[in-house]
Design a protein around this ligand. Structure first.
Ligand SMILES: [Zn+2]
Length: 350
């Protein structure tokens, strides 16, 4: 396709899998359900005509916790992320070093690639999100700077292993970027986050950076957000300082898309692509292909065609137990994105 289109990552898990996870079924049963869920997800993805697919994150506990699954030196007393509807998610805290990931994302990628010939992209978690697991009052015998050095190495390794295993793109999830401005409106924390993630990205060549991307959004869990009230205008100019080639930007659910598009137009660098969100993942109504086409034609007035792509506003189910959206709705919305992108191509490349 001449306008590239990619998913973000997560797809709602099948009901029987969610039941098995939440009722802590035995390992063998879970492994079978996981394998079936990944295969079914890839099959459904292919039916939408999507030129790039993901494993739907069927086997991740969440987009942020997969490298921590099963680690011993963690407590549950970490940072709490509050959502608009009143629910919250809490990060764990590390109690002992050295910090090493329990899982690297190429595990998901290689498993998915066994069941499809369509290019597979892989989402990974940012160094900045995992930096929040270091306790504010420190760890005896393991300083914060030692932790950060380990974290940067682990995050680099997570990305490099995915590139080595033929990821079509490696997308760093950076949902805490916009959230950081709620916690620190001065932008100091945001700058720290961006510097930290750039310390990872700068370990890759310019050519490799073109296969790397960053996804940002105001959060999406149980159909609710954590930072939609933070002005995108305060966030986006900093975002494009990240040294990657691709940005996957929530946009469909923004109240004033033109304002956001003008900021993207101003700050997007020549070697960067903006994949704009044309599907509102928190809205149960399924967009029509024509609606998607019109969102792309709108964006094309501000973003050069060779730098424009489309995506969904967010993953459909970043946490494994989220049942707010059905698989049927998610795939119908993805199909609308693909069909709408083709309609826009027919207009823009006529
Ligand atoms: Zn997101």
């Amino acid at each position: 396709m001449r306008i590239p289109t990619e998913p973000i990552g997560s797809i709602p898990r099948p009901t029987e899998l969610i039941t098995a996870i939440t009722s802590q079924f035995d390992g063998t049963t879970l492994q079978h359900l996981y394998a079936d869920a990944v295969k079914d997800t890839l099959k459904e993805f292919e039916k939408t005509g999507s030129p790039v697919v993901s494993d739907g994150e069927q086997t991740k506990s969440s987009f942020v916790t997969y490298p921590l699954e099963g680690l011993q030196h963690l407590t549950s007393a970490g940072m709490t992320i509050n959502f608009e509807d009143g629910h919250s998610r809490q990060l764990p805290l590390l109690t002992k070093g050295p910090f090493r990931y329990s899982n690297y994302a190429d595990k998901y990628l290689t498993f998915a690639r066994q069941s499809t010939t369509t290019p597979v992209k892989q989402a990974i978690i940012s160094a900045s999100a995992l930096s929040l697991i270091y306790p504010p009052d420190g760890i005896e015998g393991y300083s914060q700077s030692e932790f950060i050095a380990d974290l940067l190495n682990e995050c680099e390794k997570d990305i490099r292993r995915c590139l080595n295993h033929h990821a079509y793109k490696v997308q760093m999830d950076f949902t805490e970027g916009r959230l950081s401005l709620k916690i620190d409106p001065s932008g100091g924390v945001l700058k720290q986050f961006i510097d930290l993630n750039n310390q990872v990205f700068d370990r890759f060549t310019a050519e490799e950076q073109q296969k790397l991307g960053v996804h940002v959004c105001p959060g999406g869990d149980h159909d609710s957000t954590h930072s939609a009230d933070v002005d995108y205008a305060d966030f986006l100019p900093q975002l494009f300082n990240l040294n990657v080639g691709n940005f996957y930007l929530q946009l469909a659910s923004e109240p004033d898309r033109i304002k956001v598009l003008k900021i993207i137009q101003q700050y997007l660098k020549p070697n960067q692509k903006a994949f704009i969100g044309v599907i509102d993942v928190l809205n149960p109504n399924i967009e029509s292909a024509v609606e998607v086409r019109d969102r792309i034609l709108e964006a094309a007035q501000y973003i050069p065609l060779n730098q424009l792509g489309t995506t969904d506003d967010c993953g459909f189910s970043p946490f494994c137990d989220d049942i707010s959206t059905t698989r049927e709705t998610a795939f119908a919305k993805i199909k609308a994105r693909i069909d709408g992108t083709k309609l826009a191509e027919a207009v823009l490349f006529a």
